[in-house]
Design a protein. Structure first.
Length: 367
């Protein structure tokens, strides 16, 4: 039997916790340490089946534990530096989204991983959700152009609002969460994004003067599809229509209908953000009288994995990628592409203009 991969988890918040629990459930991994600057690592360690060594700094942790892999689940503005440290030490890297805070940084990570011969996998959790993949597959049967409508507004207070304020020191909401949904749109269309427009508003004096906590982007793809994505964080956000996930095409539409996850008080619940509960499939075909020929089809997702179970699936695939030497270049390029779109949207907000993405590798959003 292959020896378990020794893995360090860096960052002990919501995602670090989920990944640490996943590693302890999988025979492919042996969790060998937790890294964080504050007390979060002690709190997480107390919940683990088997406590592990704790560290304040990644280089020290690597030197003392000699890991095969590092999982990075920290604030986005630290992703690139930590990943480069892990790769330089000869470790495979699992990194939470976004890959970096600039396209240049994301490309640098991919190139470094390639040169080192190590796996670099980005935490696009929806790619491992069977119902979300069915949602994408159904969208691809609707014809073109597609109209894609998605949002994730979060009415946050207490620790959730504190987390959001911390995140906004580096990224706006449409960048942080938007990479997930732009990745979904790119899978649905299988087309290149051409241009991005966006609007944004600063709705709180508790965030930096140059930042905004509400944004909406509009993206146009090469063969006609269009989509919008909306994200807002804070105690002022509305609970009404905060969880919209649907796509419309000439042949009909398919929608995620999550009555519980999209219900009252759920907008800031991380567990609810990946839930689908059911898909509603509408067919546009009319009969001889000009009326709908078919009733809508409802697909109930009774056994869908929860957030922690999805992290287990992600980490199982990460282990496979390492053991079977799976080529992750396409996955990495798609992570760069989705990041480029949301960064272009952020620029569109700040410059109040449409940003065009051409074949020259999104030169307008390189930073």
């Amino acid at each position: 039997m292959t020896e378990p991969l020794r893995v360090l988890v860096v960052g002990c918040g919501n995602m670090g916790r989920s990944h640490a629990l996943a590693y302890q459930q999988l025979d492919d991994f042996a969790l060998c340490g937790l890294v964080a600057r504050g007390e979060s690592k002690q709190r997480l360690n107390a919940t683990l089946a088997t406590p592990v060594p704790l560290f304040d700094e990644l280089k020290t942790a690597i030197a003392e534990t000699q890991p095969d892999a590092v999982c990075i689940a920290t604030w986005p503005d630290s992703h690139e530096t930590l990943a480069l440290t892990a790769l330089a030490a000869g470790c495979h890297v699992f990194i939470e989204k976004p890959l970096a805070t600039t396209v240049t940084g994301a490309k640098r990570l991919v190139a470094t991983a390639q040169l080192a011969g190590k796996k670099l996998m980005v935490g696009y959790i929806l790619r491992h959700h069977p119902a979300w993949q069915q949602f994408i597959a159904r969208a691809q049967t609707l014809g073109k152009p597609l109209v894609m409508r998605m949002n994730l507004n979060q009415q946050s207070d207490g620790s959730a609002w504190q987390t959001h304020r911390q995140l906004m020191r580096a990224l706006s909401p449409i960048v942080d969460c938007g990479v997930h949904y732009l990745d979904v749109m790119c899978q649905m269309t299988q087309a290149e994004p051409l241009s991005v427009s966006a609007i944004g508003a600063r709705l709180s004096d508790e965030i930096g003067t140059g930042q905004y906590n509400y944004g909406q982007l509009q993206v146009r793809f090469s063969d006609g599809p269009v989509g919008w994505y909306e994200a807002g964080w804070g105690p002022m956000m509305s609970q009404t229509a905060f969880f919209i996930k649907d796509v419309i095409g000439p042949r009909g539409s398919v929608s995620i209908v999550a009555r519980e996850a999209g219900g009252e008080g759920q907008s800031a619940n991380v567990e609810a953000h990946t839930r689908t509960e059911s898909l509603r499939v509408h067919t546009a075909t009319l009969d001889d009288q000009g009326c709908f020929a078919r009733q809508d089809e409802w697909i109930t997702n009774e056994d869908e994995p929860d957030h922690d179970a999805l992290c287990v699936r992600q980490q199982a695939y990460f282990a496979r990628a390492i053991h079977e030497d799976i080529n992750l270049l396409t996955h990495q390029q798609q992570a760069i592409d989705s990041l480029a779109v949301v960064l272009a949207a952020d620029r569109a907000v700040r410059e109040q203009r449409t940003i065009w993405l051409n074949g020259d590798k999104h030169h307008e959003v390189n930073g």
